[in-house]
Design a binder for this molecule. Structure first.
Ligand SMILES: NC(=O)c1ccc[n+]([C@@H]2O[C@H](COP(=O)([O-])OP(=O)(O)OC[C@H]3O[C@@H](n4cnc5c(N)ncnc54)[C@H](OP(=O)(O)O)[C@@H]3O)[C@@H](O)[C@H]2O)c1
Length: 336
């Protein structure tokens, strides 16, 4: 991609969480479409994925209200991507995902009430898992099962509460994968070792989205006049069983896999140990009891019909193509 394409003709966009996995892909996509981009980052943020991009930096912490005043002025769009996907306590999740979102919305109301669109990146976790193979729709009642999901749902409520005074849109992605993602890397490593794991008895199913499809859907939502006040699931338009997903990833790695079924009780035992090791070392480990609760659910399925019909969203990557690109990138970077 030409990193210097931005002409700013589409307007000026703020991206929070711009240096993260999803945020950095969104910044690139916005630049390539002709937006001017202001990246909200922290003094401590690692800017490696933004290196060389023609963007403006604004330093702030969304959990600190006063830091946001100047950041929010002279903007047409706000893409609120920043969030905590792992934390040690419920309070930590809420401080960033709920309070941080409230701070940003209030700063917008005070400093920039004529914004063209405020897009909030929520999560499938805000809705929670389903009870059967029927994919959930946006109108399904939300029943999050983790602190992360609860905090993202609270962020949604804050954003939607202001939908009469600000044009807001909520996007709920399922598990996102692609280049730069450290979280799904573990599953690629397991497949690379020749295993396809599953938890407990019976098959489990999930929705996925390749990061480039996600950011395309996010921008479509921001640009569509009819999507103000709306919630959209943005995901691959087909669902996968875990074993099928592992097989597709293994094929991209040119590996053969054998099934490895892990009893749920063992998943929770390992999560308990990992969580306590994290506490002892003071680190926030990705695998803990909350994560165990999440990955042992059988149905994480989303219906993307609304995004397809209202936004013209059409995912270009199935897992096969997305996994191939991801494997290529992981290998080039020496992550695999
Ligand atoms: N990845 C997924 O599978 C997935 C699925 C559904 C929804 N989402 C949502 O997508 C968003 C991005 O996720 P990601 O996977 O890209 O995560 P990520 O790579 O960890 O990026 C998170 C970003 O949020 C920033 N951030 C965290 N706390 C902040 C604060 N107090 N002030 C300002 N910035 C802060 C981080 O900045 P620092 O680098 O400075 O920490 C980072 O840029 C999140 O809102 C997440 O809930 C992700």
């Amino acid at each position: 991609m030409n990193k210097n394409l931005s002409t700013g003709s589409k307007g000026k966009a703020l991206v929070t969480g711009a240096n993260g996995f999803v945020g950095s892909h969104l910044v690139e996509a916005l630049l390539s479409k002709g937006y001017q981009v202001r990246c909200l980052v922290r003094k401590t943020s690692n800017l490696r994925w933004l290196a060389g991009l023609k963007v403006e930096y604004a330093y702030a912490d969304i959990a600190e209200r006063d830091s946001l005043k100047d950041v929010i002025r002279e903007l047409d769009f706000i893409f609120h991507v920043a969030g905590l996907t792992k934390a040690k306590t419920k309070e930590e999740y809420f401080e960033v995902n709920a309070l941080g979102t409230k701070n940003l919305i209030e700063a917008c109301l005070n400093e920039n009430p004529n914004i063209r669109r405020f897009v909030y990146i929520s999560s499938q976790a805000a809705v929670g898992p389903g009870n059967d193979k029927k994919p959930l729709e946006e109108r399904t009642a939300c029943r999050p099962i983790t602190y992360y999901g609860e905090s993202k749902l609270e962020g949604e409520r804050i954003v939607l509460k202001h939908s009469s005074s600000l044009p807001v849109t909520v996007i709920r992605p399922p598990a996102v994968y692609g280049p730069r993602d450290p979280d799904m890397l573990g599953f690629f490593k397991i497949a690379n070792k020749g295993f396809r794991i599953s938890f407990g008895w019976g098959e489990s199913f999930l929705s996925l989205v390749y990061v480039k499809d996600l950011v395309e859907g996010v921008i479509r939502a921001a640009e569509n006049p009819k999507s103000a006040g709306q919630i959209y699931f943005i995901a691959d338009d087909r669902c996968y069983s875990w074993s099928e997903a592992f097989k597709i990833i293994a094929r991209a790695l040119n590996k053969k896999t054998i099934p490895l079924r892990i009893p749920k009780s063992l998943v929770f035992l390992m999560a308990f140990i990992s969580e306590n090791l994290g506490k002892l070392s003071g680190k926030t480990l990705a695998f803990n009891l909350q994560k165990a609760k999440e990955i042992t659910q059988r149905y994480w399925l989303l219906d993307v019909s609304k995004a397809k019909s209202e936004l013209g969203f059409s995912p270009e990557y199935g897992l096969k193509r997305g996994a191939e690109e991801t494997v290529r990138w992981y290998k080039e970077e020496g992550w695999l």
